[in-house]
Design a protein around this ligand. Structure first.
Ligand code: GBH
Length: 526
């Protein structure tokens, strides 16, 4: 973070880190504590919490339109109202402060401020809302970490030129970002351009599970949208650095999401396959920014001319274009070289993941069609990996994602070793949804995996920092409150705070108080 950037010491070398972890004394980190100025926070995103979908001059986003397309979202849910944060913002910020949060990550809705996507057409009331939010945060001493794009593209730009599939997106995103720096950069010192390029491009243009819901050309669209997204990121960062950094003195980066792909065995084939898993999920975005400015070789080889290339000028712009490494992490998968027997064994799980997160079988079919058509290229075929069964005894969250904290530590180390990101790694999301059908079930945290989950994941992060020397500088829990979980709808509850969707009442769950203790002591509660 901005303050961190200048103050934070270099990561401890491995040996020293180990020694200091063992040694006693007031200055050394105690058994379960974190570096002194570690940033703790919680996160949300505009479309998932705000509601007020057509109020005060807001334009439609691709998620407004997608969610209202029949068959897209489980239970026909949508974000029209959800938490109604737009009207309950003051209450929410106060609760956040009461719980002891000092850092808050939220996102701006582009069409709320610019209904047509064009910056010439400003919706003042939309801008006012974020001004009030930021002022409120500042009033309580909460540091805003602001994401420019958490998936709600103005529908007008989707209609105009196909959104991210067009090169025109790059300029429009740059102009939009520039306006945001101008409006809010006096108070916002920490910026994230995009949340989770992999989800945007793979789920939005590969599986059609997310807006804009395309699944008919996954062998090109995933790469084309990724390419434009990366360029849009680079140009937005360039504007920030050239026009705003000197006066506003903030930092700007990007947040990538990745599972950890654990090799199914020690064989060379399985290790290579797992590495391809990492290449196609994480490195496809990380290598252009923190590496040599190119896409990973495995992707270049597999996709050939379907993969666009960067010019020299673009490579220069991309390399080093993130002041920190934002990381969202949720789960670990076992990956290996494709084998028909294994594919058949794990097929039911793959299909279950798709069907449980899509509103209708028609959409599932659309997603699968290109995969089983031998003549159609696909990002998924290029990846050439098969998901292996998880170890016996593996627990799953209600999303169906494996609870595997060891993978978090491995992923942090992978990023640290491969990219050594200047400015460190900020975990901008981590968390889980549990079954909480009633307020009572939400209160009974012992009946859920919530506290054990966070405890185990944070312990692995701590080990990565203290024992392995990974330069992790912050952690944001997903999510501050229950919200609209995209195509899965509203039943998947990720919140530290429960939201009653009838009365809109907020009630902190036991995990929220657990976080209060964690943050107060900078140590994992016993
Ligand atoms: C994030 O995306 C989003 O940023 C956020 O808006 C969302 O609400 C939150 O997470 C919770 O979903 O099938 O075991 O391989 C989530 C990214 C990508 C994480 C797919 C889980 C599949 C796990 N997800 N991944 S697994």
């Amino acid at each position: 973070m901005a303050k961190a950037n200048s103050k934070k010491p270099k990561p401890m070398p491995k040996k020293a880190a180990k020694a200091s972890a063992k040694a006693k004394g007031p200055k050394k980190p105690a058994k379960s504590s974190f570096p002194e100025d570690f940033d703790w926070g919680c996160a949300t995103a505009s479309y998932q919490i705000e509601g007020a979908h057509d109020e005060d001059g807001k334009g439609k986003s691709i998620w407004d339109v997608f969610a209202h397309t029949p068959g897209t979202i489980v239970n026909g849910d949508h974000g029209d109202v959800v938490c109604d944060h737009y009207h309950k913002m003051e209450e929410d910020v106060k609760l956040m402060s009461d719980l002891g949060f000092k850092n808050y990550r939220f996102s701006l809705s582009w069409p709320r401020m610019f209904p047509t996507g064009d910056v010439k057409n400003v919706n003042k009331k939309g801008v006012d809302f974020y001004n009030r939010l930021i002022d409120e945060l500042v009033k309580y001493g909460i540091r805003p970490l602001c994401t420019l794009y958490h998936w709600d593209l103005p529908q007008a730009l989707q209609d105009k030129y196909g959104g991210m599939l067009s090169r025109e997106f790059v300029g429009d995103f740059k102009n939009y970002s520039e306006k945001c720096f101008e409006f809010f950069g006096d108070r916002v010192k920490d910026w994230i351009t995009f949340n989770e390029p992999s989800c945007i491009c793979v789920l939005g243009f590969g599986l059609g599970m997310h807006a804009p819901g395309k699944a008919d050309n996954p062998g090109e669209d995933v790469y084309l949208s990724s390419h434009h997204l990366l360029l849009a990121h680079a140009y937005a960062v360039d504007v920030y650095r050239k026009k705003f950094r000197k006066t506003q003195k903030g930092v700007i980066g990007i947040t990538l999401n990745s599972e950890w792909w654990e090799p199914a065995s020690d064989s060379a084939e399985d290790r290579q396959a797992a590495l391809r898993g990492m290449n196609f999920t994480l490195d496809i975005y990380a290598q252009p920014i923190w590496g040599d400015g190119e896409y990973p070789k495995s992707i270049r080889d597999a996709a050939g001319t379907r993969l666009p290339r960067f010019s020299l000028k673009e490579k220069k712009l991309l390399r080093g274009s993130s002041d920190f490494f934002g990381l969202n992490h949720y789960s670990t998968r076992i990956g290996g070289a494709p084998k028909l027997s294994i594919a058949l064994q794990t097929l039911p799980r793959e299909i279950k993941t798709l069907t449980s997160g899509m509103g209708s079988y028609g959409r599932v079919l659309n997603a699968i069609k290109p995969m089983i058509n031998p003549f159609q290229p696909s990002y998924f075929k290029d990846m050439d990996i098969v998901s292996y069964p998880d170890p016996i005894g593996t627990e799953y969250t209600t999303m169906g994602w494996a609870v595997a904290p060891y993978g978090f530590r491995k992923l942090l180390n992978y990023i640290q070793k491969l990219y050594k990101p200047p400015g460190g790694i900020i975990v901008t999301e981590n968390g889980l949804a549990t079954d909480e059908p009633s307020p009572e079930s939400a209160k009974a945290d012992t009946n859920t995996t919530r506290i054990p989950f966070f405890k185990a994941y944070l312990e692995e992060m701590r080990k990565a920092i203290v024992e392995d020397g990974a330069d992790v500088r912050g952690y944001y829990a997903w999510s501050f409150m229950d919200n609209f979980e995209w195509s899965f709808g509203n039943d998947k509850r990720f919140g530290l705070v429960r939201v009653d969707y009838e009365t809109l009442e907020r009630t902190p769950k036991p995990i929220a108080h657990w976080f209060t203790k964690l943050m107060a002591n900078n140590a994992i509660p016993k």
